[in-house]
Design a protein around this ligand. Structure first.
Ligand code: CDP
Length: 225
């Protein structure tokens, strides 16, 4: 049976979030950014002085952690909430991005997030974005896309996102940071970043947001929300 999910996977700064948000808005369905789960876990660990590489301490921390997507008000978008707090923009720093990639290699973290993610598509159609949605979380997703862009285009996109790069960052330094994270994400043993065999490959290097959305919509038919 197909899962009620449109899966969008791809590397850092490939335009996944924008594409997934635009798609969800156009279809009138919920959008879930799974990267924010790893970012929230990394953020909580940092608050507690726990290293993002200390798997034992992070695993212990998860025993007292609640993670959910909620709406702050009935009209707000769904956002990550950890222990009753919405960290919002605090999750978007380059340090948290790297620490998220560290905790995302830990089997205990992945088991924790997998359960939450699978529960989300039980009763409604959703757009879910990440690294392993079409391969591990929902191998039976109704639609699967693998969205990417050239390293240069991705570095440029990240550089122009407010607050997501350090002061003084250049195209080269951002490209190096992204390359390092992609390497860690692709080479880890559990749920590595890779294209599912049956995913539709989309290269958005030369596409505007609108063009990328149009490409995705071309493949989507027969939606039962
Ligand atoms: O926005 P950006 O593409 O830079 O990153 P993100 O989607 O917020 O993900 C942050 C980190 O979380 C990634 O580098 C991955 O290590 C991890 N992640 C993951 O392992 N699995 C997912 N499904 C989503 C994110």
């Amino acid at each position: 049976m197909l899962a009620n999910v449109i899966a969008i996977d791809g590397p850092a700064a490939s335009g996944k979030s924008t594409a997934a948000k635009n798609l969800a808005k156009t279809l009138g369905i919920v959008y879930i950014n799974t990267g924010s789960m790893y970012r929230a876990i990394a953020w909580k660990a940092a608050q507690k002085g726990i290293s993002s590489k200390d798997s034992e301490a992070v695993e212990k921390m998860l025993q007292n952690t609640t993670l959910a997507y909620e709406q702050q008000t009935p009209s707000s978008p769904w956002d990550i909430c950890i222990d009753g707090i919405f960290p919002g923009q605090k999750l978007r720093s380059p340090e948290i991005a790297q620490a998220a990639s560290d905790v995302a290699t830990m089997p205990a973290v992945r088991a924790f997030t997998l359960d939450i993610q699978r529960n989300m598509a039980k009763d409604k159609l959703i757009v879910m974005e990440g690294r392993d949605i079409g391969t591990v979380v929902f191998p039976n997703a109704r639609y699967k896309f693998f969205l990417t862009a050239s390293p240069r285009a991705r570095a440029y996109r990240r550089l122009t996102q407010d607050g997501e790069t350090p002061d003084g960052a250049t195209l080269d330094s951002v490209a190096a940071e992204i390359a390092e994270r992609d390497k860690q994400d692709s080479e880890r043993t559990v749920a590595p970043l890779r294209q599912a065999e049956d995913a539709i490959y989309v290269d958005s290097s030369n596409c505007t947001q609108e063009q990328t959305l149009a490409v995705l919509l071309r493949y989507i038919h027969d939606l039962k929300k």
